[in-house]
Design a protein around this ligand. Structure first.
Ligand code: ZN
Ligand code: ZN
Length: 170
């Protein structure tokens, strides 16, 4: 294990945001904080039942804006997860394919179109893939923060050592 923080691309989420599960009703509350430099919240109120939950963001973000440790439950290690939206890619493929059918292309033209589409889809996914930080213990998610020195790439064994998540993430 090295002490070097894993690198994530600069284009990652420009807007800071987070999602935390409620300790009382287990509903997820998602909040946008704003661009880097915005004042960080110190608590979050559940959108479903109104229960406040302390969130020590200022205490876990360093001078460079990197997040280390979980502001919601205090767990020391956050994992770095890929943040992809597979539905978006599928929707684009379906829409373009329908458009090609409507345009009355021949079968060979359709095949070429599909290959081009698959390549374009792959390039798009590679370009827009983002990462977020996820707490192993309480499953809180934080977007837009560079990972601090104790953040680690996702590790299934560590994940399974903790309780399953409360409710479904947003
Ligand atoms: Zn709640
Ligand atoms: Zn946590």
């Amino acid at each position: 294990m090295t002490d070097e923080a894993p690198k994530i691309p600069e284009r990652d989420h420009r807007e800071l945001s987070f999602a935390v599960p409620c300790t009382s009703c287990e509903a997820w509350t998602e909040r946008r904080i704003g661009p880097r430099g915005t004042a960080l919240p110190t608590s979050v109120t559940c959108g479903a039942c109104g229960t406040p939950r302390p969130l020590d963001l200022p205490g876990h973000v360093d001078g460079e804006g990197a997040l280390d440790g979980c502001p919601a439950c205090g767990y020391h290690t956050l994992c770095i997860q890929k943040d992809v939206n597979p539905k978006l890619g599928v929707a684009i493929v379906v829409v373009v394919f329908a458009a090609m059918l409507l345009a009355g292309l021949t079968i060979p033209q359709l095949v070429v179109g599909l290959v081009v589409l698959a390549v374009a889809d792959w390039l798009l996914m590679a370009a827009v893939v983002k990462r977020f930080l996820l707490c192993y213990r309480c499953k809180a998610q934080f977007r837009g923060f560079p990972p601090g020195p104790r953040c680690r790439p996702f590790d299934l064994a560590t994940w399974e050592a903790h309780d399953p998540p409360a409710g479904e993430p947003p």
